[in-house]
Design a protein around this ligand. Structure first.
Ligand SMILES: Nc1ncnc2c1ncn2[C@@H]1O[C@H](COP(=O)(O)OP(=O)(O)OP(=O)(O)O)[C@@H](O)[C@H]1O
Ligand SMILES: [Mg+2]
Length: 511
């Protein structure tokens, strides 16, 4: 007897429905065709044990399983449940007239309990689009799948529940969440708040500008100055995610199986990979390409703490995705693209020993050591960072003050207002949405300076010995400062503030 069951395969952030045909006939043998990888071939043993332990069995007959489309590579153990239910139905151990209305997925343990799968959200999106009635999956993934409306989502813990549902009509508990309500409820409670940071008004201002224009930023300062603390709080002042952005970001986290309990992510992601990270883990890759940290920070912040400690090659591979805001990974037979639109925040000590130009420093570094340290970050990557700012530790009296600083929510209001101006400015453009993304042509158009400001910039460039690459960056940042103020024309005060944020371009840092 022939039975059909449905599963799904995830490529990039899209899913494709997989038809699993199970044929049970007289004879002997077990044949699995349609390009399944090793994990699926091994499923045979898991399924046999799981069925046995629940009072069923793989029949001693000729079983042929075909997974279509055949030209699509199918990965992983997530088809255990699909296959098991298909075998039970095709061998008439269970009645399952409605089987074809569901996507069924899950990895089996030997006792029949279910392990979570990856990509539940993209699978659910596809299932709804193709008109499936429901999606049966491990309970750990039920919430993220239930983000999708008009699809019955059933989280189960054991194959027995699924068997009894189809065979005996025993009800499964449907996972229902009000996506919008949950989303807006979680939106206003940032985990880390700027009000925790004492003093550092100048740096906070700088972070506000970075957030408002989407500018990449690097914080330079000695150990303990609060760089990590400040960086962590950047997502909390970015404009709230839209539902669409939240869905995009959650999909990527779903693909790596890392959606938390909240279902739809309401907070912008903050990713802080260790400096020993490999380039594959950072930008994505592998035989079945998985998204890397840059995609997990999509619509949020990627924080590279201690930037010069990262391997040079790793920093090199960052350049393209920073520009394109997505990363394409090619394999012999297919390519996948993951979005990677993130804000880069980096931090570094001013020298390998941690201090610079500080007579009280506990360690000093030789000029050669300094050069080697800084050479890693010079050039192309630094070219993509608009704002450089030095962070000095706040004095003890400040730290012990009780006065609370401004909250992230208050700062975010100003940021959101400035972003709204930019959205309007770039309404016509498909690729540019905020100031940091402006092309040279757009900079000439939107950052027009009067004679006095032009002169001011020229003098500063000469006197501070700023490099040519600093020029456009200063104009962009000045544009954002003007937007925060709500004024149309970029003026001298905006320019002179923006000039301060180019520490690394000055003489004595990078030669
Ligand atoms: N302005 C501040 N307000 C309140 N706490 C602060 C401030 N600056 C530093 N701290 C405290 O000091 C700790 C160390 O700060 P943090 O780890 O952010 O420093 P860092 O600059 O990243 O240092 P490192 O270079 O060693 O990584 C923080 O966890 C925080 O408790
Ligand atoms: Mg730190």
């Amino acid at each position: 007897m022939l039975k059909k069951v449905f599963g799904s395969a995830v490529f990039g952030v899209e899913a494709t429905t997989i038809t699993v045909e199970v044929n049970v006939d007289s004879g002997i043998g077990y044949h699995l065709v349609g390009l399944p990888d090793n994990a699926i071939k091994e499923s045979n043993y898991r399924i046999a044990a799981a069925l046995q332990n629940n009072g069923y069995k793989i029949p001693g007959k000729k079983i042929t399983i075909n997974m279509a489309p055949a030209d699509l590579r199918k990965e992983g153990s997530a088809y255990d449940l699909t296959l098991a239910i298909g075998i039970l139905a095709a061998s008439k151990q269970i009645e399952a007239p409605d089987l074809e209305k569901y996507i069924i997925m899950g990895e089996l343990s030997l006792d029949g309990s279910l392990q979570p799968i990856k990509g539940a959200l993209p699978i659910a999106v596809k299932a709804r689009a193709e008109g499936f009635k429901g999606f049966i999956l491990p309970s750990q993934n039920a919430k993220e799948a239930a983000i999708v409306d008009d699809l019955e989502v059933y989280g189960v813990d054991n194959i027995k529940q699924v068997i009894n549902y189809f065979d005996k009509g025993e009800l499964l508990e449907q996972t229902i969440i009000n996506t919008r309500e949950e989303f807006y409820k979680n939106l206003d409670f940032p985990e880390h708040d700027f009000s925790d940071v004492k003093g550092q008004e100048g740096i906070k201002r700088c972070m506000e500008i970075a957030a408002a224009g989407g500018h990449n930023i690097i914080l330079i300062g000695p150990p303990g100055a609060g760089k990590t603390m400040l960086a962590k709080r950047l997502p909390s002042i970015l404009p709230p995610m839209t539902l669409h952005e939240a869905l995009e970001t959650t999909k990527i986290h779903s693909v790596v199986g890392r959606v938390k309990d909240t279902g739809l992510m309401a907070q912008r992601p903050f990713r802080s990979p260790h400096h020993t990270i490999s380039d594959v883990a950072l930008v994505g890759g592998g035989a079945f390409p998985q998204p890397g940290e840059i995609s997990l920070s999509h619509n949020g912040v990627l924080f590279l703490d201690e930037l010069p400690e990262f391997k040079r090659g790793v920093l090199e591979v960052l350049r393209q995705p920073l520009e394109d805001r997505e990363v394409t990974i090619s394999r012999a037979k297919f390519t996948v693209t993951y979005p990677s639109s993130f804000m880069l925040v980096a931090s570094m000590n001013p020298s390998p020993g941690g201090y610079f130009n500080d007579p009280d420093a506990p360690v000093t570094s030789s000029p050669a050591e300094m050069q080697r340290y800084l050479s890693k970050i010079s050039g192309p990557l630094l070219d993509r960072i608009d704002i450089h700012i030095e962070v000095t530790p706040v004095p003890f009296e400040k730290l012990s003050e009780d006065r609370k600083g401004e909250t992230s929510v208050e700062i975010r209001k100003r940021v959101t207002k400035a972003r709204a101006l930019q959205t309007k400015r770039f309404a016509e453009s498909e690729t540019v949405h905020y100031n940091a993304q402006m092309s040279t042509k757009q900079i000439r158009k939107y950052c027009v300076l009067d004679e006095a400001s032009k002169q001011l910039l020229k003098t500063a460039m000469e006197r501070l010995n700023l490099s040519a690459r600093a020029y456009d960056r200063i104009l962009k940042v000045a544009r954002t400062i003007a937007d925060l103020e709500g004024v149309e024309a970029v003026n001298g005060s905006h320019i002179s503030e923006a000039i301060q944020y180019r520490s690394l371009d000055r003489e004595g840092w990078l030669g």
